[in-house]
Design a binder for this molecule. Sequence first.
Ligand code: PAF
Length: 291
Amino acid sequence: MRLARSISELRALRTDLPEPVGFVPTMGFLHEGHLSLARRAHKECAAAVASIFVNPTQFSPTEDLAAYPRDLDRDLAMLESAGTDVVFAPTSDAEVYPPGYATWVTVGGITERLEGASRPTHFRGVATIVAKLFLLVRPQRAYFGQKDAQQALVIDRLIADLNFPIELVVAPTVREPDGLAMSSRNTYLSPVERRAAPALRRALDLAESLWQDGERSGAEIRSRLTALLRADPLARVDYVSVADPDTLEELETVGPRALVSLAVRIGKTRLIDNTVLPPGSPLLERRTSCS
Ligand code: PAF
C-alpha cells in the first residue's frame, strides 16, 4: 500500500494504477462499515484507493470538527489489511483548500431537506470535497455506505449532473450486534447513552413491520416511530421522515418505495439511520446499487 500526503504525490501514484479503480472516500477513524467498502473496492476493481480527510467545509462552526476522532496509523493498518493500494491522506487542510480557495459545488433540491435542513452548509462541503477527490482519483467506481442515505443521493445527483464517468455503489449499513449503525461518532456516546442508541434501529424495525402489516400512511408511520423514540428519556428527536427516495419529499401515502430516515440526539451525539421500504429495497433505482 502506498501513502500520498500531497496532491502531487497522489497524481503520481494514480498514473501507475491499473483500471478499473475503486474509490472509498472517508474522514478516517475507520470502522467495519468503512472496511466493508474498502474490501469490496479491492475485490471488484483492479486497484483500490481510499482517502482520509476530515473535511472542514462540511462542518458548521458549532459542530464537532476539532473533536472529530482521528488515528491515522490505525486507519492505515486497517486499509492495508483490506487490500487498499493507495491512500490519500493530505497533511493539512491547506493542501486541499489553499489560501484564497473560492470554488464550491452546490447540489440543489434534495440538499435542502433532512440533514440539509438541520445542517445548511453540510452538503455544499460534501459535494465540493467529493468532486475534488473524483477529479484527482479518477475512479471508475465509488463506494459509499447507505447509512448516509441522503449523502449517497446527493453524490448520485452530482455524478449525473457533472457527467462523472463513475458507477456509484451504495453498500448496506454495517451494524453492531445490537443494531446500532456503525459510525465514527459512536465513540462520543457514554456507556448509558450507548445502551439507549439502538432505539434508532428499533424504530426502523417498527417502520418495516408497520409496512408489512399494510400501513401506508406516512403520517401514521412518522408518529409511531416518533413515539417509540421519545419513550427513551435520553433521545431527542431531530426528525423522523418517510419520504420519496428520489425527491426526499415527505409522503402522505407510501407508494412503491419510501426512505424512512431518522436523526436523533442521544445526549450531545447526533445519530442518523435509515431503511428503505419495502424492506430490502435498494436506495437507488436509476443506477447500480449493490447489496
Ligand atoms: O461520509 C463521509 O465520511 C464524508 O462525508 C465524505 C464522503 C468522506 C466526504 O468528506
